[in-house]
Design a protein around this ligand. Structure first.
Ligand code: SF4
Length: 390
């Protein structure tokens, strides 16, 4: 395995063309400039990735046996929020020097966390583990105002890598709470993103952990309820939760736009497509990655004979391939492409053909780096330019 690949843009997938559902418009995105647009005095981030990791086109299958195929889902892997968060930590280490503290896993992927740790990131559970005055990065999943306040009280220098699409949900929570609405937040109990969103308006938010939890919901005023959701849920299951909530509360309001993000939706659409044909679907992603776990569920619900999630190729088991002709492969939104490539190479060694990409959407969304980091990078570039001119 490659020791320390460049994680940034290891897979820069492609667009925001999440399918709109009836009565539920496609996501409206915050007005963020692209991360890879060169700015005056700031180095371009395009090309930050390792080109060798960005393609699987050259995965050969010289020993392919007739009828043994591999369907490779697209889009898969890195989303815009993960790409931005990973680049943020890489740039912070490069610019400020190690160690750079990171609250929680920057993204939910073991390989990414281990690689960044080797480079100088120190992952902590909470801000009280960070030395006073040190620099800390908040993860892509977002933090509550209480966490920001705790960081300020320790004089930490915070860099906020919260995905802008998570921030959008935070803003919705704040707005609905200000309007004294009761917010039914559909999401998984204990997930960092849910804790961050709920923390924006703790007196107004009630967690609804899936359709089976709907019967336990108690509200003050059924005329003033609205639902929001975690960004990485199963679209189908969330719609079922909403349907049951609406049965109980007919005046339930929808969020202004989809909370389940474009990347989660696109990866679910593409895994549904390959599952129609695949006897087995392998999902590359970590156990604590919500969107990766959902991909296994979606594959099983849409025709895959079996489906398994693996962190790395080392977890692939021989027993899964008995009687299997067509293997589908995809990966969660926090997975570098190198891990997918290793699975494809393993399949080639087992006699499966070269990967046939099944593309269901184009993605080209990119987010700018957090403004605190951007400002420091710009300042350094300016100083270097002035030093060079003198
Ligand atoms: S999965 Fe969606 S919400 Fe989460 S970091 Fe990626 S783009 Fe942002």
């Amino acid at each position: 395995m490659t020791s320390t690949p460049d994680l940034a843009a290891a897979h820069r997938p492609a667009t925001t063309s999440a399918p709109a559902r009836p009565g539920h418009p496609a996501p409206s995105l915050p007005d963020e400039p692209r991360a890879d647009e060169p700015r005056p005095g700031e180095p371009s981030l395009s090309g930050a990735g390792n080109a060798a990791l960005m393609t699987v086109d050259d995965v050969d299958a010289p020993a392919a046996q007739p009828g043994r195929r591999v369907l490779l889902a697209a889009p898969r892997g890195y989303c815009a929020g993960v790409d931005r968060a990973v680049i943020t930590v890489e740039k912070a280490i490069e610019h400020y020097g190690a160690p750079v503290y990171v609250r929680k896993e920057i993204v939910h992927n073991r390989f990414v966390v281990d690689t960044l740790t080797r480079r100088g990131a120190v992952f902590v559970d909470d801000t009280d583990e960070v030395p006073e005055g040190a620099r800390v990065v908040f993860s892509a999943h977002g933090v509550s105002p209480a966490v920001r306040q705790a960081a300020d009280e320790r004089s930490l220098q915070s860099i906020d890598a919260t995905c802008p699409l998570v921030t959008k949900v935070h803003r919705e929570a704040v707005r609905f709470a200000a309007d004294d609405r009761e917010i039914l937040l559909i999401g998984h109990e204990g997930h960092e993103e849910v804790e961050g969103t709920a923390g924006e308006a703790p007196d107004h938010v009630q967690l609804v952990d899936g359709p089976d939890a709907v019967d336990e919901v108690v509200v003050r005023d059924p005329d003033r309820v609205v639902w929001l959701s975690q960004t990485t849920l199963s679209v189908d299951e969330t719609m079922e939760t909403v349907r049951r909530l609406r049965e109980r509360f007919p005046k339930l309001s929808d969020p202004p736009s989809d909370d389940i993000c474009y990347a989660t939706q696109n990866r679910q659409v593409s895994v549904k497509k390959i599952s129609e044909e695949a006897d087995l679907v392998i999902v590359v992603g970590s156990a604590n990655s919500s969107n990766s776990v959902r991909l296994v569920e979606v594959a099983l619900q849409h025709g895959a004979g079996s489906s398994h999630r693996v962190d790395t190729v080392g977890e692939v088991q021989d027993a899964w391939f008995e009687g299997v002709d067509v293997v589908g492969v995809t990966s969660g939104a926090s997975v570098p492409e190198i891990l997918v490539r290793e699975v494809l190479e393993d399949l080639a060694a087992r006699g499966y053909g070269a990967p046939e990409e099944v593309k269901t959407a184009e993605e080209d969304l990119l987010f700018s780096l957090p403004r605190e980091l951007r400002a420091d990078l710009r300042l350094r570039a300016k100083e270097q330019a002035e030093a060079g001119a003198s």
